[in-house]
Design a protein around this ligand. Structure first.
Ligand code: NAD
Length: 469
């Protein structure tokens, strides 16, 4: 049986050749990630191009079989993968965190294996007929963030492989080991060259994005980097799927049974300690249920166990890196300086480790405060009071981002009416950030374009070809 150490051993390199990767909670070194060069990137793209025709030639049934074998192997090594992820990313094993993320990797891989993209008949008149067929694009470059490193890599890799593409994946410099561990499992089942990880930062990413040997970039990360990817695509005309930053609003309508929804609201906000693209990041609450909502969230924030991820029972962890910790601290300090009321948390949780920040609920704050207007990507939620639903909708829609949004109400018609007016790629009702591998997911406005998952996700990594007669 393979142990956790053996996956780690397989992916780490000797001290002299690698970059030390810290445990996010304790700052101890977990292992050493290879430092890949531009020459390594060239080899990876060449290998991917060389391997692509044979991989494509295997056909859908065989590629689906391989993806199922990979999903089974992810399940078989789930705990080892979760430990690596928990240490490197910081998210606890328990709760909607590391074990949950590894489980989702298997679920999304199987979904990519089982989803079918049939040719579409788009015109028929007498003997005339036009069909759209979907084939492989070629080589996909997958560039990912550090918050859900394994799951987001699977979102990019599995549909690409299913459609007959080969993939070069570039993990975030903050979480290379998680992605290398995942790729190690994939590569126990894939022919050489079909999937290669190239670790490194900006230069590797920008060279991959502009590479003439790349046909498609699947990018998940911040909006500023997304804009650079768009510029790079002017060189190779790579197709793009851009999953960028969010500043999702939630609106709690009058008459809502807040106690019944409090835990779902809490996890919509604090999932992965707030480091989630489609987490609820600004909560607009009607005056009539405002105090009750603030108190319910504050109670949960004060009592949810936070700490080192490997300690069972913890469900909140540290910020993954110093930069993100500094952003959260700055936004909370700014809110405090403006006279907002810190109802729970508000300070670093230094007793737990250098990157822990207390789960924080901030009341009596308005649009214009940085904590409302900027993406915090951490455990601090501004709760904004409103008295007019139209006004709440227009404030929610005022953000430049449009990834997700949510409406909270026990009146289904009222909730639907508001949902139809919110500008976002997904609007949830009485939940936030809940994803399903069959349901398309993607952003609007500066949260990016393109959709992942299900049939839409397969189309995103396919070349459409019209056959007309
Ligand atoms: P980031 O943009 O800093 O980095 C993302 C990736 O891009 C990393 O692998 C990085 O090394 C690489 N990169 C950096 N510069 C590059 C360049 N010039 N060319 C090519 N690649 C480059 O983002 P991050 O800090 O890792 O992630 C956090 C952000 O990602 C947040 O804004 C979050 O909302 C967003 N995000 C969005 C989604 C979504 O599905 N929409 C999901 C997760 C995270």
């Amino acid at each position: 049986m393979t142990t956790a150490t053996s996956i780690l051993d397989a992916i780490t390199v000797p001290v002299s050749e690698g970059r030390a990767i810290p445990d996010a909670a304790t700052r101890e070194t977990i292992g050493y990630a290879p430092i890949h060069t531009l020459a390594d990137l060239e080899s990876a793209v060449s290998a991917a191009r060389a391997a692509q025709p044979a991989w494509d030639g295997l056909g859908h049934a065989e590629r689906s079989r391989v993806l199922h074998a990979i999903a089974d192997d992810i399940d078989a090594h789930a705990e080892e993968l979760a430990v690596i992820l928990s240490r490197e990313q910081g998210k606890p094993l328990d709760g909607p965190n590391a074990r949950f993320e590894v489980g989702a990797c298997a679920v999304w891989t199987r979904s990519a294996a089982d989803t079918v993209l049939e040719p579409e008949v788009v015109f028929e008149a007498g003997a005339a007929r036009a069909e759209v067929h979907y084939g492989a694009l070629g080589v996909v470059g997958a560039i990912g963030p550090w918050n859900w490193p394994m799951m987001i890599s699977v979102w990019q890799i599995a549909p690409s492989l299913r459609m007959g593409n080969t993939v070069v994946v570039k993990p975030s410099g903050f979480t290379p080991l998680s992605v290398l561990a995942l790729v190690e499992i994939f590569n126990r089942h894939l022919p050489a060259g079909v999937l290669t990880a190239v670790t490194g930062d900006r230069e590797i990413g920008s060279t991959l994005a502009a590479h003439p040997g790349v046909d498609k970039i699947m990018f998940t990360g911040s909006t500023p980097t997304g804009r650079k990817i768009v510029e790079a695509s002017a060189q190779n005309l790579a197709r793009l799927t851009l999953e960028l930053g969010g500043n999702d609003a939630g609106i709690v309508l009058p008459g809502t049974d807040v106690a019944a929804h409090a835990e779902d609201l809490f996890w919509g906000i604090f999932i992965n300690t707030g480091q989630t693209c489609a987490a609820l990041k600004r909560l607009y609450v009607h005056d009539s249920v405002y105090d009750e909502t603030v108190e319910a969230l504050a109670h949960l924030a004060r009592t949810m166990p936070m700490g080192r991820g490997l300690d069972e029972g913890n469900v909140l962890g540290p910020l993954q890196n110093q930069n993100q910790f500094d952003i959260v601290q700055r936004l909370v300090e700014d809110a405090r300086a403006r006279g907002a009321r810190i109802v729970a948390g508000g300070e670093p949780a230094a007793d737990l480790g250098p990157l822990f920040f207390q789960p924080t609920v901030v009341a009596d704050i308005a649009d214009g405060a940085a904590l409302v207007d900027e993406e915090q990507f951490g455990p601090a939620i501004p709760v904004i009071r409103y008295s007019d639903v139209d006004d709440a909708i227009s404030r929610a829609n005022a953000a430049e981002q449009g990834l997700g949004a949510s409406v909270w109400s026990d009146d289904p018609e009222a909730a639907l009416a508001v949902a139809q007016r919110l500008q976002a790629g997904t609007v949830w009702i009485n939940q936030h950030g809940v994803l399903n591998p069959q349901v398309p997911f993607g952003g609007t406005k500066s949260s990016g374009y393109g959709q992942e998952f299900g049939v839409a996700g397969l189309k995103a990594v396919a070349a459409p070809k019209v056959i007309s007669r």
